[in-house]
Write a protein that binds this ligand. Structure first.
Ligand code: SF4
Ligand code: SF4
Length: 433
């Protein structure tokens, strides 16, 4: 079977400090949960509870003010004990409610009522997804109802692309989720396909090393009446980025003679959450998280309640071998540094890591030696060395707008120049490979 890859640049990324892809471990339920009120950088949220109020597991505690915001739910039962505020590493103000766990769980360990019927229409699905606060569980965490709403009146047919591309080892939690919840991911895909707009095909985009996952998904898809197929992709980073993925999908469509006008790309964690919301009216209460890095004794994949302190996660992994020089969420390629271990796991925290000084590339930046390494890895074909220099002397570079901040240039730069951060024009956190 042909493997489709983007044509140039990129890099193979391995990291021995990533947790092994073993079955997930259920993290302890947190005594105190920190539930951020703003779970997407869109419109604000109105808090529905006050200090002293008793909340139930899954109860709505914050209502989004518009479709561009996300409803907030209590992920454990308990009492609201305080409000907290902090500034993250990017200078954004965060507000959260702290729940002290007490009382009984209404969903955990109980059989949940199945609400999924053939009669559900698009409007109902969108309402359920909005009510349950379902977001894309990666990136900025856009509300899924909002994404699907924007496709409602599409004129051309669309394909839902289920992105199971593991070009970054820090996506290990998604990999384990695909294995442990494969049926739910597939069912979530067809729920979206059925009621999410003019979706006429489901495509499982799977990196070729994980072909068996794609084959199992295709097998599971046979019970649904929407056509499904699989495209095998390369596993060179940044294959899963939208631009690089669309390149291979267009190529695939041409070769297979499939009309692929537009794509809706969603990841497995998001589709599992769509499944839970549509079937059980369950908000996102937990997520799979890869916990690792060279400073951590026992890296592992964990199922974690949203709102659990990141510091507690590290403790459950045996604590730190030595003082970490850097703690971050996401991947070292595109992660976000955190400065306080009290920060909580959020809906988009697919990984958290802590690095010792020797692993992190917290090296002083030196002058460019014009080695050309950065040009060789840029998937867009940009000249990062030249762009960086022009931006630093104040030139407006239109080419810089094509940079999607993949970080490849920065990873390979022997002078440790902050190429991607400067060229992408945004603080995407410190890269450390
Ligand atoms: S961060 Fe931008 S300039 Fe650097 S390799 Fe990626 S796309 Fe190219
Ligand atoms: S990789 Fe770094 S040192 Fe080499 S040309 Fe690019 S910017 Fe200069």
């Amino acid at each position: 079977m042909k493997v489709y890859s983007f044509p140039r640049g990129g890099l193979s990324f391995e990291d021995p400090t990533v947790p092994a892809r073993n079955p997930s471990v259920v993290a302890f339920l947190p005594t105190f949960s920190v539930i951020p009120l703003l779970q997407f950088p869109g419109d604000s949220v109105t808090s529905l509870v006050s200090i002293g109020d008793v909340v139930r597991e899954g109860m709505l505690i914050g209502r989004g003010k518009s479709p561009d915001s996300v409803n907030v739910h209590a992920t454990v039962p308990g009492k609201i004990v305080r409000n907290v505020e902090w500034d993250d590493n990017e200078g954004n103000r965060n507000e959260a409610l702290v729940i002290r766990m007490e009382g009984s769980f209404e969903r955990l360990g109980k059989e949940e009522k199945n609400y999924l019927g053939d009669s559900m229409n698009q409007h109902e699905l969108l309402q359920i997804l909005a009510d349950c606060g379902i977001v894309e569980m990666e990136g900025s965490g856009r509300p899924v109802a909002e994404i699907l709403s924007s496709l409602r009146f599409a004129e051309s047919p669309q394909a839902l692309v289920v992105r199971c591309i593991f070009d970054d080892p820090w996506l290990a939690a998604d990999y384990v989720l695909c294995r442990e919840r494969l049926k739910d991911v597939v069912e979530g895909s067809f729920i979206v396909a059925k009621v999410g707009g003019r979706i006429e095909r489901v495509i499982f985009a799977v990196s070729h090393k994980e072909k068996d996952i794609g084959e199992a998904m295709l097998e599971e898809s046979k019970q649904y009446d929407i056509p499904a197929s699989m495209v095998l992709t390369g596993s060179r980073y940044p294959q899963r980025n939208r631009r690089e993925l669309e390149l291979v999908l267009r190529d695939y469509g041409k070769k297979e003679n499939i009309d692929l006008a537009t794509f809706l790309i969603l990841g497995p964690a998001t589709l599992a959450a769509v499944h839970d919301a549509a079937k059980y009216h369950r908000p996102i209460l937990e997520r799979y998280v890869a916990v690792g890095g060279s400073a951590v004794w026992k890296p592992q994949i964990m199922k974690v309640r949203i709102g659990k302190r990141i510091g507690d996660l590290f403790e459950e992994c045996g604590g730190f071998i030595d003082q970490p020089s850097l703690v971050a969420t996401g991947s070292p390629l595109s992660g976000k540094m955190i400065t306080d271990l009290n920060e909580p796991v959020t809906k988009t925290s697919y990984a958290v890591f802590a690095m010792l000084k020797e692993q992190s590339s917290d090296h002083p930046q030196r002058d460019c030696i014009s080695c050309g390494e950065c040009r060789g890895v840029c998937p867009v074909g940009l000249d990062p060395e030249e762009l960086y220099k022009q931006i630093m002397i104040g030139f407006q570079c239109t080419d810089a707008g094509e940079c999607h901040g993949c970080g490849c240039c920065e990873v390979v730069c022997p002078s440790h120049m902050a190429l991607a951060n400067v060229i992408a024009g945004k603080n995407m956190g410190k890269r450390n490979v």
